[in-house]
Design a protein. Structure first.
Lengths: 314, 306
């Protein structure tokens, strides 16, 4: 009965959604004309977290796997690009290499652990996140504790990307690309397999879906999102340091996904936006903002465990 | 001679470190055993314990001195306070989710939230600075050949052993311990038998948290400095220890802690590992163990349903 009622509702919803989406996109494109550098930086930062949240959402939301060390993939991308551009390689050429390394990192982390129970998976991913950070801090090639500095900013068709508006648009394009890829994935055969596994792994296995391999794909694809975001992060910041990839970073990305609503694309985007804008709006609370985050996380889990804008599950 | 000296010295260091790991691992294992929750905030309770102990020592130091008497008082007060804090965390954050039979993922994320809340509270209160724990314990002790074992080290190991014996007695010989073990097996049947399940889970949190606080106070006294972030890494290590022993198993947690402490101090002495790679070494052990023997040394295998 309800599904019958929902069909016309869906159609009008789609139309409305397209209109509001178009308005939002136009506003985003026009914003740098009026906004100052500070606003542009903050929103670029929000874009950046959106990409990471969309990536982690594949792992947590789509496939229902826990990952408390997502910053590791982000680190792999950032360090790959940082090291290679410093060695003289063109930035755009480092991206495919960063993707390959992220894929490898995804397999290395996922391969041995995905057979584990979910709570063990949480701690193992946490451990892997820490291993990545400690390794980056101890190796010479990653610049040790001080990290890499003086990474050159890239240029596009001869036009050097230096202004904050350049990166604003660059990251916006990345968000759009990431959202399209995430959306297509969600509705693909693989996306349906993830949902199936998330809801009932045994039934999925009985239907011929290989759970370990399917979960591994989620890890690998999530890793690619993180890696690419990391590559762009490295050239935007021109510096990479190991402490950027501490557990708090993984926890922030996780929070963006949880806050917005696991499994939902718009939720991850909303979550990342709230996560970045909230501390900027409440700058006065300064140091205690992470404290507030912790409390907010608990409250959300108690009162709205599906997040602010959850996926509608049938 | 020098090799013998190094081995003996590291054995003692490993034993101390292992005692701290064991105490923290016990709480992890108890909570996991009873509600199947990985309490990520457990390491932070250890940290809060260290700070409460430090604060109490500062307040009572004038009356009781900063020797054994003052430290014992700080230890007891910290255990009580952090035990109550653990109960509060359970009541405020976990029990609402348990009542709703929320998925384990939600519980785990709540635990991350609790951890964030606790360590950021302490960070704000201390401005993220190190605090130095001043005591009058000194370095006197007994000599075993070339190796010197301080009285502090001996007392810590003995205190840990006493706490563990007390816990063992509590779990095996009292009604409350029996209730805990019963709930770990089947909470619904326990409810029908008239056991107050929520209260018993709260008690488990109290006991586990106070053991972590004891470890925190002792670690503060032993290493001489404390910081808000000290709980994070030990939380991970203690979890590793609990898994080595077999999570959910009390003797397993004790054993796992000692094994991990000894392995880790041995690891720092190996070439290519050293102290810089110590944590990588530990997590490497954890991952290998989970892949090849996820039930640990004393754990029972179980089938998961999420």
């Amino acid at each position: 009965m309800r599904s019958h009622l929902r069909i016309p509702e869906r159609f009008s919803g789609t139309k409305g959604r397209i209109v509001s989406l178009a308005v939002i996109i136009i506003l985003i494109i026009l914003l740098p004309l009026v906004a100052n550098n500070y606003v542009k930086e903050v929103i670029t930062n929000a874009f950046f977290y959106m990409i990471l949240a969309l990536g982690l959402n594949i792992v947590i939301g789509y496939a229902g796997l826990v990952d408390l060390g997502y910053a590791a993939f982000f680190a792999v991308g950032a360090y790959t690009t940082g090291i290679l551009t410093k060695a003289g390689l063109n930035f755009w050429l480092t991206i495919p290499i960063a993707v390959i390394f992220s894929l490898i990192a995804g397999v290395v982390i996922g391969g041995p652990t995905l057979r584990l129970r979910s709570d063990y998976l949480a701690i193992v991913t946490l451990g892997f996140g820490e291993i990545t950070r400690i390794t980056a801090r101890n190796l010479k090639i990653t610049g040790g504790a001080s990290g890499l500095v003086g990474i050159r900013k890239p240029s596009l068709f001869g036009y050097p990307l230096t202004h904050s508006s350049d990166f604003y648009y660059l990251f916006f394009i990345l968000v759009v690309l990431a959202a399209i890829v995430a959306f297509r994935l969600h509705n693909s055969r693989l996306g349906r397999a993830w949902q199936y596994i998330r809801e009932d792994e045994d039934a999925a296995a009985a239907m011929g879906i290989d759970p370990v391999r399917t979960k591994l794909y989620a890890y690998m694809l999530g890793a690619v999102f993180g890696g690419v975001a990391g590559s762009f992060f490295a050239v935007k910041m021109t510096a990479v340091s190991p402490e950027t990839f501490a557990f708090t970073q993984s926890a922030m990305i996780l929070m963006a996904v949880i806050l917005g609503g696991m499994g939902k694309l718009a939720g991850a985007i909303l979550g990342a936006m709230v996560l970045v804008l909230f501390p900027e709006v409440f700058r006065t609370i300064g140091q205690s903002r992470q404290l507030v985050f912790g409390i907010v996380l608990i409250i959300i889990m108690i009162f709205r465990p599906q997040g602010l804008w959850p996926e509608r599950r049938n | 001679m020098s090799l013998y000296y190094v081995i003996l010295q590291q054995l003692i260091n490993g034993l101390i470190l292992g005692s701290f790991y064991s105490l923290v691992a016990l709480g992890y294992s108890m909570v996991y055993g009873i509600i199947k929750l990985l309490n990520f905030a457990h390491g932070d309770l250890y940290m809060v314990g260290a700070f409460v102990g430090f604060g109490t020592l500062g307040l009572l130091g004038g009356i009781l001195g900063v020797g054994w008497l003052g430290i014992a008082a700080a230890l007891l007060i910290s255990m009580l306070a952090v035990g109550l804090l653990g109960m509060l965390v359970h009541r405020a954050a976990y029990q609402p989710l348990l009542n709703r039979r929320a998925p384990r993922m939600s519980l785990m994320i709540t635990a991350v939230g609790v951890s964030f809340t606790l360590f950021n509270t302490v960070m704000v209160m201390t401005n993220g600075e190190y605090e130095t724990v001043n005591t009058s314990l000194g370095y006197s002790g007994i000599s075993l050949g070339p190796v010197n074992v301080t009285y502090t080290q001996i007392v810590m190991v003995v205190a840990t052993a006493l706490l563990m014996l007390a816990l063992h007695w509590f779990i095996k010989r009292t009604m409350y311990g029996k209730a805990m073990r019963a709930i770990a097996l089947d909470p619904d049947a326990c409810r029908l038998m008239g056991i107050n399940v929520t209260k018993t889970i709260g008690l488990t949190f109290f006991v586990g948290s106070s053991l972590a606080a004891a470890a925190g106070v002792m670690a503060g006294v032993y290493y001489g400095s404390i910081q808000f972030f000290m709980g994070f890494i030990i939380g991970l290590k203690a979890f590793t220890a609990a898994v080595i022993g077999g999570i959910g198993s009390i003797p397993g947690a004790m054993l796992g802690g000692l094994i991990l402490g000894l392995l880790e101090t041995a690891g720092t002495q190996l070439p290519f590992i050293g102290s810089a790679w110590k944590d990588v070494f530990t997590f490497g052990i954890l991952i290998l163990l989970l892949v090849f023997k996820p039930t640990g040394i004393l754990g029972k295998s179980e089938i998961e349903r999420m």
